[in-house]
Design a binder for this molecule. Sequence first.
Ligand code: A2P
Length: 276
Amino acid sequence: MPSDQVLDVLVQGQPADFPVPSGVYAERVTAVQHYTDRLFKFRITRPAALRFRSGEFVMIGLPNAEKPVFRAYSIASPSWDEELEFFSIKVPNGPLTEHLQKIQPDDTILMRKKPVGTLVNDALIPGKRLYMFSTGTGIAPFASLVRDPETYDKFEEVILTHTCREAAELKYGEELYELCMTDPLVGEFAKGRLRHYTTVTREPFERTDRITTLLRNGKLFEDLGVPPIDPESDRGMICGSMAMLNETKGILEGFGLEEGANSKPATYVVERAFVD
Ligand code: A2P
């Protein structure tokens, strides 16, 4: 059967219509919040056996077909949280998100068991200042990392940049920043050490350039009152579209940063914001 027909079998709010494949958890949706017609977040129960490092991603699917479509989603909640949070785009006619955007509390979500990823503190060598460069839903892995005390153990200053097309798309990050300031676990560290730098590219806003432009012309450093990126002290993490990743990688390498991995930590790391 072609996959389109298989997906038509979707029944929302029901237990899995098909046997849960092996190597997959079936979890319950606990909350859904829509931000714009393109963005929403959802939370699910956390399997007791799941261990992950803040910044990693998992494969997510729906129990709507014998062979469900899975897509990579960064876990947006920190590794200590009792639930798992995800921040998603809604892709028109997207094989997964077309259905995923309709989920309601108590629906079932499938999740493959193995979390992986390179946007983790372990893949960076110690430094003074950590830059997290994100566009759109690329903020998700950083939402996990900025709520993890380990990030503040490792870095004196954390700069979270978020660029979106429209100002309404910044809301998730704004809520995250507020949450960090009052969070019982990281609030004390985040105050004065976590900085949130936002830009919007397709409507009037305080800053309307892409982050790549602001890095190249030095306006980012001027606005933040910090020296330009220096491989001695600065570290980078990048998460966005393929084009954004490639461009930002080139810029960071121009500043002398080198790409790291779990097996070989270095001065910057990248991950694609997968669903597009
Ligand atoms: P722009 O509006 O100028 O295209 P998207 O939703 O398409 O992933 O875009 C999210 C944000 O990322 C938008 O503000 C977009 O700017 C920006 N963006 C797109 N491509 C790049 C790139 N190559 N480098 C930096 N930012 C980019």
